[in-house]
Ligand binder design. Structure first.
Ligand SMILES: Nc1ncnc2c1ncn2[C@@H]1O[C@H](COP(=O)(O)OP(=O)(O)OP(=O)(O)O)[C@@H](O)[C@H]1O
Length: 263
C-alpha cells in the first residue's frame, strides 16, 4: 500500500542545507497500523508529508497503492496535532468540509457525516460551534473530517499530544475500533512509546537527524488492546521497554528485522 524506497529529503536554508531523511526504505501493507517514533527533529513529520504528497522527496521513490505520489490524493487523509476546525462552521459543516473541497454532492455525504459523529459520540453536538467543545471533542471532529473521504490511508501527526492522558487513552481505543472497522492503512507519528505500542502492528524507530530506520519492533498482541489489566499487558510492557531501551541508548538492537513488511 505504502512504499518508500531510498527516500532522502534535504531542505535548503539560508544557513545551509538540512538533511532531514536519508535513504529510508519502508513498506506498509494494506490495512497495517504503523507507528513512527524518534527524537524531536528526526524527520517524522517530513515522512508523513512525503506520503501525503505535501512534499516531494529530494531523491528516492514514494508510492501509495502502486502509484508514485506526486500531489495530495483524495484517498489519503492527514490529521495534525491541532484539530484546525473552522470556528464559524458547525461541527457537521466542519466534518463535511472535504466533501465541499472535492466538489462531491453534500446531500449524499450528510448521512455518512452523521454516522461518523455518532461513532465518536458527538452526534448530539452536530449543530455546535468548535469553541463549545473540549479539546478531545474537537479532535474527534477532526477525525470524522478525515474519515468522511473514506481514506485508504490515514496519516496522523501526533494527533493526541495536546490532550490529557485519559482522553488520549479513550481516543486510542476509539481509533483502534475505527481502524478495525474501516480497514484503513494507518501511519501514526507519536512521541509516546506507550501509545505506539498500544496501537501499532509495528513500531518504526528513526535515528536522530538525518532520519533513517534504526529498528522496527513488532507488536504481536491481539486487538482491541487497552492499558488496563489483561492477559497481554506483559507483552505490551515488554515492547515498550524494548523501545525505551532503543531510544534511550540510541543504538540498534541486534537481530531486528528491517522495515520491509513481512507480509
Ligand atoms: N520546510 C522546511 N524547511 C527547512 N527545514 C525543515 C523544513 N521542514 C522540516 N525541516 C527540518 O527537518 C528536520 C526534520 O523535521 P520534522 O518536522 O520532520 O521532524 P520531527 O521528527 O517531526 O520533529 P518533532 O518530533 O519535533 O515534531 C528538522 O531539523 C527541521 O528543522
Amino acid at each position: 500500500m505504502i512504499l518508500l524506497r531510498e527516500v532522502s529529503q534535504v531542505f535548503g536554508g539560508r544557513r545551509g542545507a538540512v538533511e532531514a531523511l536519508r535513504g529510508l526504505d519502508l513498506h506498509v501493507a494494506d490495512g497495517e497500523f504503523i507507528a513512527v517514533v524518534g527524537r524531536s527533529g528526526c524527520g517524522k513529520s517530513t515522512l508523513l508529508r512525503l506520503i501525503a504528497g505535501l512534499l516531494t522527496a529530494t531523491s528516492g521513490e514514494v508510492r501509495v497503492g502502486g502509484e508514485p505520489v506526486v500531489k495530495p490524493r483524495r484517498d489519503v487523509a492527514i490529521m495534525f496535532q491541532r484539530p484546525a476546525l473552522l470556528p464559524w462552521r458547525s461541527v457537521l459543516d466542519n466534518v463535511l468540509l472535504p466533501v465541499e473541497i472535492f466538489g462531491w454532492p453534500r446531500q449524499e455525504h450528510r448521512a455518512h457525516a452523521h454516522r461518523l459523529l455518532e461513532m465518536v459520540g458527538l452526534e448530539s453536538f452536530h449543530r455546535r460551534l468548535p469553541h463549545e467543545l473540549s479539546g478531545g471533542m474537537q479532535q474527534r471532529v477532526a477525525l470524522c473530517r478525515a474519515l468522511i473521504q473514506r481514506p485508504r490511508v490515514l496519516l496522523m501527526d501526533e494527533p493526541f499530544s495536546a490532550l490529557d492522558a485519559l482522553t488520549r487513552e479513550e481516543l486510542s481505543v476509539e481509533l483502534q475500533q475505527i481502524h478495525m472497522e474501516h480497514a484503513a492503512t494507518v501511519v501514526l507519528v507519536t512521541h509516546s512509546i506507550e501509545e505506539a505500542v498500544l496501537l501499532a502492528d509495528r513500531v518504526v524507530v528513526l535515528t536522530p537527524r538525518p532520519g533513517r530506520i534504526l529498528t522496527v519492533v513488532n507488536v504481536d498482541v491481539p486487538r482491541p488492546r487497552t492499558l488496563g489489566r489483561h492477559a497481554w499487558a506483559a507483552d505490551l510492557a515488554r515492547c515498550s521497554a524494548e523501545l525505551h531501551d532503543v531510544l534511550g541508548a540510541r543504538r540498534a538492537v541486534p537481530g531486528r528485522q528491517d522495515a520491509t513488511s513481512a507480509e
